[in-house]
Design a protein around this ligand. Structure first.
Ligand code: HEM
Length: 238
């Protein structure tokens, strides 16, 4: 999840990558801080459990999709400094999803495993949420540089699961809304666009649309006419 180009640039003191990482943590922590503040002030609506479920679910989905936006944006802009934000965003997505699940299982269902199981198999939206969460677990566990090095090329394949986790989360959202589907539809369109950016013909078209990217100085300049994503520490394109 970490762009090697920006990561490795030696600087005195704080590098721009460190600043990007720190800023990402601050921004990604905001929904949690806001939630804590509202809970402390008793501002969590008449149904606080539902409010926490909604807000942690929204934050999980936002961080997950944001982690997928970083690389294409960096490549299109020819700027590597934001790529170190990918890993923190992915980990915050997992943290919010864990809080979301804990709210559901502990606060809402009082850890009644039988009832939880019945809900998972009966409500298709819960099944989709569980599938998304299950996919996020190996992503979070293998997000360290040690695992990237250990898994080599497989790490890149494994981390494509992020897209599948995003799709399952959007399906989860779409299936749970009762009337107004605008929000899940907007997420679905965004995710479809991100997936489309990975298709080789789309990459080639983009390369021809941003020809100046190949002349840009800096670590993200695509080699010659090829449009490539930045490399991970293990040397793979993310
Ligand atoms: C086992 C895993 C999960 C369970 C049991 C679960 C359960 C729920 C429940 C009960 C709701 C509220 C439904 C309602 O009151 O109408 C909800 C909403 C939501 N969940 Fe999940 N969820 C899971 C995983 C996830 C994951 C992994 C994500 C995102 C990555 C996610 C994102 C959302 C979103 C965006 C909402 C809607 C929030 C809103 O309406 O503002 N959920 N989930």
């Amino acid at each position: 999840m970490v762009g090697v180009a920006a990561r490795e640039r030696p600087t005195r003191g704080l590098s721009i990558a460190d600043v990007a990482r720190f800023a990402t943590h601050v921004v990604a922590a905001w929904p949690l801080a806001h939630l804590g503040l509202d809970a402390w002030r008793g501002n969590l609506t008449a149904n606080p459990i539902q409010a926490v479920t909604f807000r942690t679910g929204d934050a999980a989905l936002t961080c997950l999709v944001a982690s997928l936006v970083v690389t294409p944006l960096a490549v299109i802009a020819g700027q590597a400094w934001a790529t170190p934000s990918r890993r923190p965003l992915g980990l915050w997505a997992f943290a919010y999803a864990s809080l979301h699940l804990a709210t559901f299982a502990i606060l809402d269902y009082g850890l009644d495993w039988l009832l939880i199981w019945q809900t998972v198999v009966e409500k298709r939206y819960v099944l989709a949420g569980a599938a998304s969460f299950a996919m996020m677990v190996p992503l979070a566990l293998t997000s360290t540089r040690g695992w990237q090095a250990r898994l080599g090329r497989s790490w890149r394949h494994l981390h494509r699961l992020t897209y599948a986790a995003g799709v399952a989360a959007v399906v989860h959202f779409a299936w749970l809304v009762k009337a107004d589907v605008r929000e899940p539809v907007a997420w679905a369109i965004g995710l479809a666009a991100l997936l489309a950016l990975r298709l080789p013909p789309v990459r080639r078209t983009l390369a021809s649309l941003v020809p100046r990217a190949s002349h840009r100085k800096g670590p993200l300049a695509p080699p010659s006419s090829r449009f490539r994503l930045p490399r991970t520490p293990s040397g793979e394109s993310a």
